[in-house]
Design a protein around this ligand. Structure first.
Ligand code: DGY
Length: 348
């Protein structure tokens, strides 16, 4: 599908994206916009190289694509100046390779913060209160009447929520759990972000001014401290060498028996095989997962475990957010083609 065929710059989007504003933005700066309509969900490097062809000024790509040396050199040969990932995470992008080839990289932070945090909160409630198990039970016609012990789960109020990775999304999730459920907080942030500390201090003053009991909070010195002390742990770090398999068998063993682990960051932050074993051995332990090590696959055994809630990487999937991500991704490319720095640029 091609918009504005006469446009001066050739820009490709490897997938159709929601809304039309992103197309209008690119057209307004003189782009011919080509939207790949391939039926397959995941494009290979061969597919993308073919799309780039001999002449391409910019590309909007997806987190399912491997943007490394091969594609950036193809894009540079075709005269490309900009690549934008329609995602905040860019672990699928070799930013150094892009920089070597003079290509600016963009991503889409900010617009997906609240939506992603809300999904992490939804997974927390679904796992704590066994919503999916109970739904399956009803649909299977097994409900015979109210029982004192039917689907007893965990109360969140007054328990401790632990955050690993207290950036934009981790902090938004923490706010939801602290304000919404009056949970106490412990958090660890590799980059020593003070975002959450500033918020929680102000919130504590607010509660005090209302005559309410303040929640307790603590900045942990290590992720291990969070894992040992929290009842609910939500993972929000970026995926890199230091966070690969951050949650492994040893660390799972240090967590509380009835803890809840939420992952809406990147699958490989958790050793999924170890998690499956842990869930099997500890029926009271629960996991809420939006992401998986080898998407679109789940590790064997996971789908049969009632103490796991699994959804297909939908944390940013609200209409407003997805349109915002498309718009940001397009703006990144448009800015660069007009000679400005891209809006959000990991290789600035
Ligand atoms: C991201 O943006 O990195 C998410 O995983 C998809 O929204």
């Amino acid at each position: 599908h091609v918009e504005n065929p006469q446009g001066k710059f050739r820009v490709i989007s490897t997938k159709p994206m929601p809304g039309t504003k992103w197309i209008e933005t690119l057209v307004s700066v003189g782009c011919r916009v080509e939207i790949c309509q391939a039926a397959k969900t995941i494009l290979t490097e061969d597919d993308i190289e073919e799309l780039i062809g001999n002449r391409c000024d910019g590309v909007i790509g997806q987190l399912t694509e491997n943007w490394g040396e091969r594609l950036f050199s193809a894009l540079a040969r075709a005269g490309g100046k900009a690549y934008s990932n329609m995602a905040v995470g860019y672990n699928n992008v070799d930013v150094e390779a892009a920089t070597r080839h003079g290509i600016s990289v963009g991503n889409t932070p900010g617009v997906l913060t609240e939506t992603t945090a809300e999904l992490a909160a939804a997974l927390t409630m679904a796992t704590a209160r066994r919503v999916v198990e109970a739904d399956d039970f009803m649909r299977a016609g097994k409900y015979e009447g109210w029982l004192p012990s039917l689907f007893v789960g965990n109360l969140l109020k007054g328990q401790t929520v632990g955050i690993i990775g207290a950036g934009r999304i981790g902090s938004a999730y923490a706010r939801m759990m602290v304000e919404g459920f009056k949970m106490n907080l412990i958090y660890y942030d590799l980059y020593q972000s003070t975002r959450l500390e500033r918020y929680i201090t102000a919130y504590g003053h607010f509660l005090e001014s209302q005559g309410e009991k303040p929640v307790t909070w603590k900045r942990a010195a290590t992720p291990d401290e969070v894992l040992k002390e929290a009842d609910v742990i939500s993972l929000h770090p970026v995926l890199d060498k230091t966070t690969y398999h951050l949650i492994n068998a040893q660390r799972l063993a240090t967590m509380k028996k009835a803890a809840i682990l939420i992952n809406a960051s990147r699958g490989p932050v958790v050793d999924e095989v170890a998690l499956v074993e842990h869930l099997k051995a500890n029926p009271q332990f629960r996991a809420g997962l939006d992401v998986f090590e080898d998407e679109p696959y789940m590790k064997p055994g996971l789908k049969d475990l009632p103490n796991a809630v699994v959804v297909p990487h939908i944390a940013s999937a609200s209409k407003w957010t997805r349109e915002g991500m498309a718009m940001l991704a397009a703006s990144n490319v448009a800015f660069r083609l007009k000679g400005c720095p891209v809006w959000s640029n990991p290789n600035a």
